[in-house]
Design a protein around this ligand. Structure first.
Ligand SMILES: [Zn+2]
Length: 379
């Protein structure tokens, strides 16, 4: 019964806030393994208090990932989130943990330490009513989501393949809507090799790499199709040494996004088929999609429908939406495992100085998650 979950989660609000404070108080920038591991150690001890069987997945290039298993069933529901943040050590002094006008501020509170705490409270609520002997709950808390999940992707995919459903505790869309579609994200590096020459003495002998790159950048406009959800952004460009030298090298970094797996495949072929337009210039293209699109598949819709029923039983209307940003839900959805994202906290300012979560909806969000998990583990 979802309404009793709401009562449970309201009663446990102090526990929830204490946990959020504890996690935000330990800064955990992705590139600082020691710091991330300090946060992971506290998280692991809190998970152990709930009776989880914990596996630390050791890493050298990132913090250790944490897997926490509840129940002994072979089938499982997977809860996914990350405890690394984009904020450097010392940010806490500049944006301290503070409650103000119904909001809790702090680095990483929305993205996504409050989400982790919500997942733990929801699981407590479910365990207060069910033994998890038919379907278990597994939590996977990772440490490198903010830099592309290089070390965690394989672990995420391995756990997802064994799961009936994946619930991702990234922040909600504005107003609390869940995320049922995410764009796929590709990074490409373009390198143009030209021929250097004295710009004054031998200009005809040179092949200007910057000029060629400029043509490539403009040609990419033809690849972009915003109405279709295809974005192309040349975000970084380098080239040349001095104004009196015809440059023989120019490089560019391009962010490409697409809504469907089919579009992503076409785009990838298009990018790798780019050729130099200037005689004597050579173009090299490297890169590709590191997060496939999360499509709004029938499995995703089924999960959202369940969540919407749980919310309706608590008298609330739950909305859904899409985003151009990626998460680890992109990986699990692309495997064909039903995935629902944006189940974390409601707030604003991820990666921004005003990062905060709304306090009032926290109990409802935990109860929503608990009700959804209950449906998944008992059906
Ligand atoms: Zn983030």
């Amino acid at each position: 019964m979802s309404s009793s979950f709401l009562a449970f989660c309201r009663d446990e609000r102090p526990w929830l806030l204490d946990l959020i404070h504890a996690l935000v108080a330990i800064e955990s920038p992705t590139d600082d393994k020691a710091a991330v591991d300090r946060c992971g150690t506290v998280l692991a001890s809190r998970l152990a208090e709930l009776g989880a069987r914990i596996t630390r997945v050791p890493q050298t290039a990132a913090g250790d990932h944490l897997i926490a298993r509840f129940g002994t069933a072979a089938r499982q529901v997977l809860i996914v989130g990350h405890f690394d943040t984009v904020w450097p050590i010392g940010q806490l002094a500049r944006m301290p943990i503070v409650e103000r006008e119904g909001r809790l501020h702090g680095p990483g509170v929305l993205d996504m330490k409050a989400g982790i705490a919500l997942g733990m409270l929801a699981t407590r609520a479910v365990m207060s009513r069910h033994a998890l002997d038919r379907v278990g709950v597994t939590m996977l808390w990772t440490t490198d989501e903010e830099t592309g999940s290089d070390t965690s992707r394989a672990v995420i995919e391995e756990e997802a393949r064994r799961s009936d459903a994946v619930l991702v505790l990234e922040p909600a869309l504005a107003g609390g809507a869940l995320k049922t579609a995410r764009k796929g994200i590709a990074q490409y590096q373009l390198t143009v090799h030209g021929v250097s020459a004295h710009a004054g003495v031998d200009p005809r002998k040179g092949v200007n790499a910057i000029r060629e790159m400029a043509q490539q950048v403009l040609a990419l406009d033809a690849v972009r199709d915003l109405d279709r959800g295809i974005s192309v952004n040349v975000g970084v460009i380098h080239g040349g040494t001095r104004s009196n030298v015809v440059p023989d090298l120019a490089t560019a970094e391009v962010d490409v996004r697409a809504e469907t797996l089919a579009d992503a495949a076409v785009l990838d072929r298009t990018m790798h088929a780019l050729v130099a337009l200037t005689p004597g210039a050579r173009l090299k293209v490297t890169g590709g999609f590191n997060r496939p699109p999360m499509e709004r598949s029938p499995g995703v819709v089924r999960l959202f429908t369940l969540a919407r029923e749980v919310a309706a039983a608590m008298g609330a209307r739950l909305e859904e939406g899409a985003t151009g940003g990626g998460s680890d839900g992109n990986f699990t959805a692309a495997l064909g495992v039903p995935t629902l994202d944006g189940l974390g906290a409601v707030g604003d300012g991820a990666h921004a100085l005003h990062e905060h979560v709304e306090l009032e909806p926290l109990a409802f969000r935990a109860a929503l998650l608990a009700g959804l998990i209950e449906r998944l583990v008992t059906e």
